[in-house]
Design a protein around this ligand. Sequence first.
Ligand code: PMP
Length: 373
Amino acid sequence: GDTPVRARLSELLRPDLQGQTAYGAPQLPVAVALNTNESSYSVPEEVVAAIIARVAQVAPDLNRYPDREFVDLRTALAAYLQIATGVELSPAQLWAGNGSNEVLSHIVAAFGGPGRVALGFTPAYSMHPIISRGVGTGWVDGLRNATGAGYDVDAELAVQQVGQHEPDIVFLCSPNNPTGTAVGLDVVEAVYDALPRGIVVVDEAYAEFARPGTRSALTLLPGRERLVVTRTMSKAFAFAGVRLGYLAADPELTELLRLVRLPYHLSSVTQAVAEAALEHAGTMLAMVEAIKAMRDELSTATAQLGLKPVPSDANFVLVGGFADAAGAWQVLLDRGVLVRDVGIPHHLRITAGTPEETQTVLRVLSQSIEDGS
Ligand code: PMP
């Protein structure tokens, strides 16, 4: 008989996922990797020792499932946030996952889904739409401001778009990736008030790098049961490899997230390692000021080269003014420097690394400008 025609796997894919592209920051072996906003500093020796000791403690019990409610970790995260921001939080207000990407996916799985809509203000973190669409949530690309000059979010325009689309979830990213700018709390409040039935997520992955005077949206949590603030240990904590992100919200909201997480989603090893690092928070965060200094150096020096850095509250700078951003990206890569082409014409995003890495990227940029490439 006839050979049955095999369906192509891409045709079996959910129709709403067909044609979508996956997250794809290149992972390349280069001398200077400044493309994913990691910390360039390795984990300090004293913390390495503490991590090894904690893992040794839990290792014999790895035959058992981990604490499903990760109570000790939630307690440690609440204590850290109180020291960092002055906001008093109960462990029940904390929730964690394997990276803040996972806690974002928990929020979307619980409050989004088919027939529902999420709104973000573009350009912002590229995973917000990917995570939303992943569970069938509609996505609306909102405008940050009407003029297109700069990347500040205009509160009035944000409120207008919230009214127009009546989203179930609104994402605000502050400081914003890839532009670097923080969003004022007046914008968060205005969006929250304009949205009687939706969840407002403030993604504060880069909060620890914000310039003085920037207040965390954590200070807005009391009395706002639909507000969620997400954070991560991947950036300021220099702990991207561990995969530990977290959020703070109303205890009732974190309780609802238990409906969508997979049981035991945080391994005993992850919990132990994160707790050990939180006990050494001061040491883990010791390089933040040095990184902020390199962030400011990147801004000053690229402006002197005639490029157009966007003011940044994060550990990276979005630099405009490239005649050909893709060409400049390749020139940098050919000289061992990997930065990020985020798809904004004439712009590249550069992570603030060590002083040596900063000098290297600036030297290569200045040479390539002289060469006219
Ligand atoms: N939010 C923002 C704004 C980010 O830039 C990132 C990392 N690129 C994340 C969340 C996710 O980081 P992680 O999953 O490592 O916590």
